[in-house]
Design a protein around this ligand. Structure first.
Ligand code: GDP
Ligand code: MN
Length: 386
C-alpha cells in the first residue's frame, strides 16, 4: 500500500524526521488560505499523486504570492498529470500540498528498502540526489552506499555516521543527517514499510538537513497491525477493479493487454500469461481466484474481467484440485449468462471432476470453446480475437 507525500511527511515527522511545515488542500480556496496561513515568502505547491517525477511534469511549483498559489492551484487541481511513473494515462490531481519553500544548497538521496537478498532493511544513500537514482546506479554504482540494518537492533550509530559521511555532511550537518537517517529507519521498522524514500534529502542555505520529498510503501501483510496507516489509504489512487477484487478475496492486477485471464494459483497465472505471450497474445490482467474459490467468487471474477474495456476475449485456465472443475464450470456458465457474454471465451479445465465440468460447459449452449491443454487454449483465444 502506498500513501501520499504529505501523509508520509506527517508520519515521518512523528519519528523525528525534519520536514517543512505544510497544509494539504482539496480546493483552490484552501490553497489561497494555506498560503496566507503558512505566511512564508517562498512556498511550494505540490500535486499529490501516488507517483514520482512530478517535478519534471509540472506538478511541483514554487510560488511567491497568494495570487500565484491560487493560479497554480487552479491549473493543477483536476488536471491529469502524466509523469514517467504514471504510465501514459496519468493520474488526476485531487489534492495539493502547500509547503513552506526551502532554499536548497544541495540535494541528496536516502532510502530504506526491504532487501530480500539481505533478509533485512537496507539503507541506500547517495550524495547526488534529486536526479534519477536508477541512472546513478547504472553509470556510477560506487556513488551509492548500502548499509544493511540489523533486523532486530536497527541502525547502529556507527552506520548513521558512515552514511552521513558518505552523503558529504560534516559538523552540525552530519549530526542532522545522522538524526534523519536514524529516524527514517525507526519509522520504517515500526510501521512495517517495504520502502521509505527521501528524494531529495536536502541541505538548505541556512545549513538545515531535511526531507524535501517522501515516499512510503507498506507491507500489506502487516497492515492489520497499523490501523492508523490503513486510514491513509486513498482509493482514488487504486484501480477500481483491484479494489472490487479484494472485496471478494481475489488477487487481481491490471495489465495492458487484451486477453482477460481467470486462473487459480499464482504460479498457474504466471505460466498462463507466459504462454499467451508466447502464442502472440497479450494478457489484460492477472486474476487469481485462489485454491478454494466458490461459484460466487468465480462469477465476481468474471464480472471484474469484463468491466475492463480493453478485454477482447477471455481465457479461463483452472486446475481443479481443492476447487472442483464442475464448480468452475457452473460459475463460468452463470456469469456468462448474467452478463450476456458476447466476447470469445476459451475454457481449459483439468483435474477433479473434469469430465463433469466439460459436460456442463458443452451442454450450456454458450458460444464458448474448450481446450484440453494450455497451449491449445492460448492458441484458440489469440486466434479468436485476431
Ligand atoms: P518529484 O519530482 O515527484 O520527485 O517531487 P519532489 O518533491 O522531489 O520535487 C521535485 C523537485 O522540485 C525537487 O528535486 C526540487 O529541486 C524542487 N523543489 C521541491 N520543493 C522545493 C523547495 O521548497 N524549494 C526549491 N527551491 N525547490 C524545490
Ligand atoms: Mn522526489
Amino acid at each position: 500500500m502506498n500513501i501520499h507525500e504529505y501523509q508520509a511527511k506527517q508520519l515521518l515527522a512523528k519519528f523525528g524526521v525534519p520536514v517543512s511545515k505544510g497544509i494539504a488542500c482539496k480546493t483552490v480556496d484552501d490553497v489561497t488560505k494555506a498560503f496566507a496561513q503558512l505566511g512564508e515568502p517562498l512556498q511550494v505547491v505540490k500535486a499529490q499523486i501516488h507517483a514520482g517525477g512530478r517535478g519534471k511534469a509540472g506538478g511541483v511549483k514554487l510560488v511567491r504570492s497568494a495570487d500565484e498559489a491560487t493560479k497554480v492551484a487552479t491549473d493543477l487541481l483536476g488536471k491529469t498529470l502524466v509523469t514517467h511513473q504514471t504510465g501514459p494515462e496519468g493520474r488526476v490531481v485531487k489534492t495539493l500540498y502547500v509547503e513552506a519553500g526551502s532554499d536548497i544548497e544541495r540535494e541528496m538521496y536516502l532510502a530504506v528498502v526491504m532487501d530480500r537478498a539481505a533478509q533485512a532493511p537496507v539503507v541506500i544513500a547517495a550524495a547526488e540526489g534529486g536526479m534519477d537514482i536508477e541512472e546513478l546506479a547504472a553509470h556510477k554504482p560506487e556513488a551509492i552506499a548500502r548499509h544493511r540494518v540489523h533486523p532486530v537492533k536497527g541502525l547502529m550509530p556507527f552506520q548513521a555516521r558512515a552514511i552521513a559521511k558518505h552523503l558529504g555532511l560534516s559538523g552540525d550537518q552530519a549530526k542532522g543527517g545522522q538524526k534523519l537517517v536514524t529516524a527514517l529507519v525507526k519509522a520504517f521498522m515500526a510501521l512495517d514499510c517495504s520502502l521509505a524514500e527521501i528524494n531529495p534529502m536536502i541541505v538548505t542555505k541556512q545549513g538545515e538537513v531535511k526531507a524535501l520529498d517522501a515516499k512510503m510503501s507498506f507491507d500489506s501483510n502487516a497492515l492489520f497491525r497499523h490501523p492508523e496507516v490503513v486510514e491513509l489509504r486513498d482509493l482514488n489512487e487504486e484501480d477500481p477493479k483491484e479494489i472490487e477484487a479484494k472485496k471478494f478475496d481475489l488477487n487481481y492486477i491490471a495489465l495492458d493487454g487484451n486477453i482477460g485471464c481467470m486462473v487459480n494459483g499464482a504460479g498457474l497465472a504466471m505460466s498462463t500469461m507466459d504462454v499467451i505471450q508466447l502464442k502472440g497474445g497479450k494478457p489484460a490482467n492477472f486474476l487469481d481466484v485462489g485454491g478454494g474459490a466458490n461459484k460466487e467468487q468465480v462469477t465476481n471474477a468474471f464480472k471484474i474481467l469484463l468491466s475492463d474495456k480493453n478485454v477482447k476475449g477471455l481465457l479461463v485456465n483452472i486446475f481443479g484440485g481443492i476447487m472442483k472443475c464442475d464448480t468452475i464450470a457452473e460459475g463460468v456458465i452463470a456469469a456468462a449468462r448474467e452478463v450476456h457474454l458476447s466476447l470469445p471465451l476459451v475454457v481449459r479445465l483439468e483435474g477433479t471432476n473434469v469430465e463433469l465440468g466439460r459436460k456442463l460447459l458443452e451442454e450450456s449452449g454458450l458460444a464458448l470453446q474448450t481446450a484440453a491443454s494450455l497451449d491449445e487454449a492460448a492458441e484458440k483465444i489469440v486466434k479468436a480475437i485476431a
